[in-house]
Design a binder for this molecule. Structure first.
Ligand SMILES: [Zn+2]
Length: 380
């Protein structure tokens, strides 16, 4: 299973409709949560899930029929089913100790709602239209490249733009013939995003760096703006609201560029190379170097790895993780001797055999030819 997320192209009427459904979803969640909190749990025994089922019944048979809740009839009933379900999930995560107790959703939280087609899976045709059960047909900004089969749709808003995401089963694309059959090493770095042992390089796009600088300036100029304070009863000023809306847009813009770059790169790699070796990064190992650590989280190396992982199923290639203690940058690819390599050193000059090579390329070549006992496969 993996998810596809695409942007919707909505008119004003449709936007209002989406916002109403998101509001409905939030209302249901809060309605269920407030009843759960009021419930006398000593008198009323049973699991949270059972109690929420009872609350849902009360809503369906009683509350929904009251005239002041007539508005709910105009909206998709699937939304309230998933609203109660997400409350159940929140309770079960809390009981398992994964997170804090469920909180009320606020108007300013992210707007989203989910629709599950209870009648089974639906087929989405390729193209610019998407038919969402109970919502109708909507337009997409970019067309779907092929047919998909799914059951769950999540509609959400990020910085004024609406998206729909749906999960689809993997293994739709048969294994392809790869251009390169022998293993390649991929060295990930802060300077150059990825250096391949065959010499090709993947550099983060220029607009990304520009947008990051812009964001930094924007944040610095408005460093004293506060979005009100609920506890002290201070309302957010219009200027602060304006700034935070703009900030959210910049963040979304950066995230889009990054996601686009990662998707393009991972797809290209998965199509081209049959076997890819990458370093097995772990957080604790990275802490030693803060500069590299921030570069790594900034560029989304974990997301990169995740995408490479699941795309194996589509493109029939193999991704192998190289033991994280293997000194790929410190080893000479020519003679195998190991020497310290500070991050500032961009060229590898071997003290033993005199071999010189680009630092990243040397590392990538080492990763490509690493012995099999240092490899493990990346689970999709
Ligand atoms: Zn050497």
């Amino acid at each position: 299973m993996y998810a596809i997320k695409v942007e919707l192209k909505l008119n004003n009427k449709e936007r209002t409709k989406m916002a109403q459904h998101a509001g409905f979803s939030r209302f249901i969640y809060n309605y269920g949560l407030s009843l759960m909190r009021q419930l006398d749990h000593k008198k009323f025994k049973g699991s949270s899930s059972k109690k929420i089922d009872e609350i849902q019944k009360t809503f369906t048979n009683f509350t929904k029929k009251q005239p002041e809740f007539a508005w709910t009839k105009k909206l998709s009933s699937r939304v309230y089913q998933t609203g109660f379900r997400s409350l159940k999930d929140a309770y079960s995560r809390w009981h398992k100790g994964y997170c804090k107790a469920p909180q009320f959703k606020r108007r300013r939280n992210k707007r989203s709602f989910t629709i599950v087609n209870s009648n089974g899976k639906v087929v989405l045709e390729a193209g610019k239209r998407i038919k969402i059960p109970t919502l109708g047909t909507l337009m997409l900004k970019q067309s779907l490249p092929c047919r998909h089969v799914t059951q769950t749709f999540t509609v959400s808003e990020t910085a004024g733009r609406w998206f729909v995401s749906f999960s689809v089963d993997a293994q739709k694309i048969p294994p392809l013939m790869h251009e390169v059959a022998e293993p390649v090493g991929l060295d990930l770095g802060a300077k150059c995003f990825a250096t391949c042992s065959d010499g090709s390089k993947y550099v983060a796009p220029q607009p990304y760096k520009k947008a990051k600088t812009k964001l930094g300036k924007q944040q610095w100029r408005n460093r004293n703006k506060v979005l009100g304070n609920r506890k002290q009863g201070i309302k957010a000023s219009n200027n602060a609201k304006k700034h935070y809306t703009k900030l959210a847009k910049t963040h979304a813009h950066i995230a889009n560029i990054r996601q686009d770059f990662l998707h393009k790169t991972t797809t290209e790699l998965a199509k081209k190379y049959a076997v890819i070796h990458i370093e097995d990064l772990n957080t604790s190992g990275m802490i030693a170097n803060h500069k590299l650590a921030s570069a790594i989280s900034d560029l989304g190396f974990y997301e990169f790895r995740r995408q490479l992982g699941y795309k194996q199923k589509h493109y029939g290639n193999k991704v192998m993780l190289v033991d994280r203690w293997y000194p790929s940058s410190k080893t000479c690819h020519n003679c195998g001797s190991v020497q310290p390599m500070p991050l500032s050193e961009r060229t590898y000059k071997c003290g033993e055999c005199g071999h010189t090579a680009d630092r990243d390329l040397n590392a990538a070549l080492n990763l490509a030819s690493v012995s099999i006992d240092k490899l493990k496969s990346l689970e999709p």
